[in-house]
Design a protein around this ligand. Structure first.
Ligand SMILES: [Fe+2]
Ligand SMILES: [Fe+2]
Length: 295
C-alpha cells in the first residue's frame, strides 16, 4: 500500500469519528437502572473463575460481588493501557507535522482515550467497586514501554489490548445481566475503538514495509511479551484477597479452568490472526502466547 492510500484510510477514520462519537461524560452513561444491584459487573462467563468448583460453591450475590470487583480490575488495566499508549504515541509524534492525516487521527484517538479512561473510572465508581494496585512487574513493564516502545511495538501492544477488550465488551454491552453503566460504557468503547484498531493495524502494516528480519524478529517477541503481561495482569490477587478468598485456592481454580482458557483464546483470536497475516508470529512468540492462554 502506498503512503497516499494509507493517508486516505486515516482521513476516512477521522471523518467517521466526526460522524459517530459519543459524549461519554454525560451523566446518563453511568446512571444506574432499577435492578442494577443484582446485576453483574461483566458477563459472568468472562470471570476467570466461571464454572470452577469455587464458582459453583458461591451464592449468586457472591458471584455478583466477584464480577463487580473483577471488572474494576479489567477496566483498570484498560485505563493503564490507554494512558500508556498515549505517552508512547505522543512521544513518538511530538515533532511530527500536525497536518499529517495520521497525526490528526492520533489527536482524535488521544481525545477518545482520555474520555474512555474517565468513563471507565466513573463506571467503576457507579457500581460501587474500586481499583486495585497492579502487580509491580506490570508497572515496571509499563514504565519501560512508555519510554522505549518503537512504532510497531507500541501499536502492537496497544492493538492487543484493544482487540481483547473488543471481544469481551461486545458480550458485556448486550447482556441484560450486566449493570447498566458497564453495559453503556462497553457499547461506547466498542464503537469508538473499532476506529483505533483499524488505525493501529494500518500503522503497523506501514511500519513493517522494508524492515530488517532482525528488527521484525525482536519486535515480534516484544509484542508477545507485552501482550502476555497485559493478559496476566487482568488477574490480580489483590482483588481476591479483598473479597476474603484464599489466593492459593483461587489460583489453582483459575489455572485448571478450561472455560477461562477458551474465553481468552476467543478474545485473542482476531489479534493472533492479524499477527500471523503480517508475519509477526514466530516460534518464540507462539510459545509465549500459549503460556498466556491466548493461542
Ligand atoms: Fe479506549
Ligand atoms: Fe484505543
Amino acid at each position: 500500500m502506498t503512503a497516499s492510500e494509507s493517508d486516505a484510510i486515516f482521513k476516512t477514520l477521522l471523518e467517521s469519528a466526526k460522524r459517530l462519537s459519543f459524549d461519554s461524560r454525560s451523566p446518563l452513561v453511568c446512571q444506574a437502572e432499577p435492578g442494577d444491584d443484582e446485576r453483574h459487573g461483566m458477563t459472568p462467563e468472562w470471570s476467570p473463575l466461571f464454572g470452577t468448583p469455587m464458582w459453583d460453591a458461591m451464592s449468586e450475590a457472591e458471584r455478583v460481588r466477584l464480577t463487580r470487583s473483577e471488572v474494576a480490575q479489567f477496566l483498570g488495566v484498560g485505563i493503564w493501557l490507554e494512558v500508556g499508549l498515549q505517552v508512547a504515541l505522543l512521544r513518538a509524534s511530538h515533532s511530527a507535522n500536525p497536518a499529517r492525516p495520521d497525526v490528526k487521527f492520533l489527536f482524535n484517538e488521544c481525545a477518545d482515550e482520555n474520555l474512555h479512561s474517565l468513563m471507565f473510572a466513573n463506571a467503576v465508581e457507579s457500581i460501587g467497586s474500586k481499583f486495585y494496585p497492579r502487580d509491580r512487574m506490570l508497572d515496571f513493564f509499563g514504565w519501560v514501554f512508555r519510554h522505549i516502545a518503537w512504532d510497531e511495538v507500541a501499536y502492537g501492544v496497544v492493538l492487543a489490548g484493544e482487540e481483547i477488550f473488543d471481544v469481551m465488551q461486545r458480550d458485556w454491552m448486550t447482556s441484560d445481566g450486566v449493570a447498566a453503566p458497564i453495559r453503556r460504557a462497553a457499547y461506547i468503547h466498542v464503537v469508538e475503538e473499532s476506529r483505533h484498531m483499524a488505525y493501529a493495524r494500518q500503522k503497523i502494516r506501514d511500519r513493517l514495509i522494508g524492515i530488517s528480519r532482525f528488527r521484525r524478529f525482536v519486535s515480534t517477541l516484544i509484542i508477545a511479551v507485552g501482550t502476555h503481561l497485559v493478559a496476566k495482569g487482568l488477574v490480580n490477587r489483590r482483588v481476591y484477597d479483598a473479597l476474603g478468598l484464599d489466593w492459593d485456592v483461587v489460583r489453582s481454580n483459575i489455572d485448571g479452568n478450561e472455560h477461562h482458557r477458551i474465553m481468552f483464546r476467543r478474545a485473542a483470536e482476531p489479534f493472533i490472526e492479524f499477527l500471523s497475516k503480517e508475519g509477526l508470529l514466530n516460534f518464540g512468540a507462539r510459545w509465549i502466547y500459549r503460556k498466556s492462554n491466548l493461542l
